[in-house]
Design a binder for this molecule. Structure first.
Ligand code: SAH
Ligand code: SF4
Length: 433
């Protein structure tokens, strides 16, 4: 049994957990300080916390008993107290013909709710998955590789992942890490921040779920590690971008979202410049984000999606609370790094937001902000029960051209994994009803 003081600390960790998860004793998701405190109060030296950081975030060990840097007696004591690693695990895999994989990932709470995560290999057709041109990505490539070391993989412990594909009749994506040892992987992982979403954008399938719950920091970061293990990603070798563009509104779960970023950057050694967070325009969240230290701040994307307030309020009710000008004012407070640009995402809804005059208006709007910016154009991905039209290919290209001619870099995001229900929130809705 642990000393009573340990129970006192446990109850503090319960408070930490009360942000959303019911599982109270997951080590995964605690940062270096929490882990050291935890060990200290268990009557152990604080450097045991560093051993846990190494085991959880660098070696990516998923079972408490496999953390052999801790004495066996301590592992047993922790287990007897109900502690576990508690890392989120992939429960279903869907593979697209284009190489995209989508996952349902089980969280730490045991409430049966799953999160949705996507792996997009080899960028996005000449762009990174966040829509940035790959040239820009290469610039910062070196900085990520520097200082990051290679860590032993623990994918062998990840029982079941590879079998899941075949269980669900989706093929068996056995990736032989030995044969890829020399090749550097390039991919983007799309991460969820909530189960469902409360923002209620009219064109988005996630909105139809409503907000089911916030994800914890461990659940947000855990999606990344689960996918890293599945694809034997090595930090420092592979070029993987993270985009917080899955289910949910990251800035309405701010503490946990930034908690996850701090774990990924601070404990795992990932670069925040390889991460992009997308928001529908939650002004207090953007203002808070502007105050983050640059070494922990991902890049920012704003879902603009409309040429003016009238159209935006129609398709994104949040615009009535925080109209475009207020969003732009808050974005101005973010101190950009050299060469960094704000991304404006723009979902093209056929006949509603994709007309030539809309493109002219968007160009004018963005130029007027004076912000270093680029635009990611996304053809609307249809979903059951949502009555919009996909734009014509020519309309997409004409829109892009208008922006480019106005001096605004614009990229078309290739639709990924259409055959496995690629749009935001689609997989979960179509699988779980
Ligand atoms: N909630 C955040 C991040 C998740 S949504 C946000 O809204 O920014 C990520 C992106 O997917 C947003 O730019 C959103 O506009 C877009 N999106 C949502 N549903 C879509 C659909 N059906 N087709 C194409 N893009 C969609
Ligand atoms: Fe939420 Fe983003 Fe979907 Fe809007 S587009 S409902 S903010 S997930």
């Amino acid at each position: 049994m642990l000393a009573p003081v340990m129970r006192e600390k446990s109850s503090q960790l319960v408070q930490f957990d009360d942000l959303g998860r019911r599982s109270r004793k997951s080590l995964f998701g605690l940062d270096a300080e929490d882990l050291s405190d935890c060990m200290l109060e268990a009557g152990e030296p604080p450097w045991r916390g560093c051993q846990l950081v190494e085991a959880l975030y660098r070696q990516r060990i998923t079972e408490l008993d496999a953390i052999t840097t801790l004495p066996k007696a301590l592992r047993q004591r922790l287990a007897a107290e109900g502690w576990q690693v508690g890392r989120p695990a992939i429960t279903q895999v869907f593979q697209s013909a284009d190489g995209t994989e989508r996952y349902l990932v089980e969280g730490q709470s045991g409430d049966g709710l799953t999160m949705e995560t996507v792996w997009m290999p080899e960028g996005d057709g000449g762009e990174s998955g966040d829509g940035s041109d790959s040239g820009e990505g290469r610039d910062s490539d070196r900085s990520e590789t520097l200082g990051a070391s290679s860590f032993p993989r623990s994918s062998a412990e990840r029982v079941g992942d590879h079998q899941l594909g075949s269980t669900y009749g989706l093929g068996t994506p056995v990736l032989d890490s030995e044969t890829r040892e020399d090749s550097r992987q390039r991919a983007t992982i799309c991460v969820s921040s909530q189960v469902g979403c409360a923002v209620n954008c009219d064109f988005c399938l996630t909105a139809r779920l409503g907000l089911q719950r916030n994800l914890t920091a461990g659940e947000i970061a855990g999606q990344v590690l689960a996918v890293f293990d599945r694809h034997a990603v090595e930090v420092g070798r592979d070029r993987v971008n993270l985009v917080f563009m899955g289910m949910g509104e990251p800035f309405l779960n701010y503490g946990n979202f930034m908690g996850a970023v701090r774990l990924l950057v601070g404990e795992m050694g990932l670069s925040p410049q390889r991460m992009t967070v997308s928001t529908s325009g939650i002004v207090p969240g953007i203002e808070r984000f502007a105050g983050e230290l640059p070494e922990f701040r991902p890049k920012l994307a704003i879902s603009l999606n409309a040429p003016n307030d009238a159209v935006r309020s129609q398709i994104m009710p949040i615009n009535r609370k925080w109209p475009i000008a207020s969003v732009i004012d808050s974005v101005r407070k973010v101190k950009l790094r050299p060469r960094e640009r704000i991304t404006f995402e723009y979902v093209l809804l056929g006949g509603v937001t994709d007309r030539p005059e809309h493109a002219v208006e968007v160009a004018r709007l963005i130029r007027r902000t004076g912000l270093p910016a680029k635009v990611n154009l996304i053809a609307w991905n249809p979903g059951p029960g949502i009555h919009y039209a996909t734009p014509q290919l020519e309309a997409v290209e004409a829109f892009r051209r208008t922006l480019m001619d106005a001096g605004i870099p614009a990229y078309v995001r290739k639709p990924r994994g259409r055959d496995i229900y690629a749009a935001c929130g689609q997989l979960k809705r179509t699988v779980e009803g």
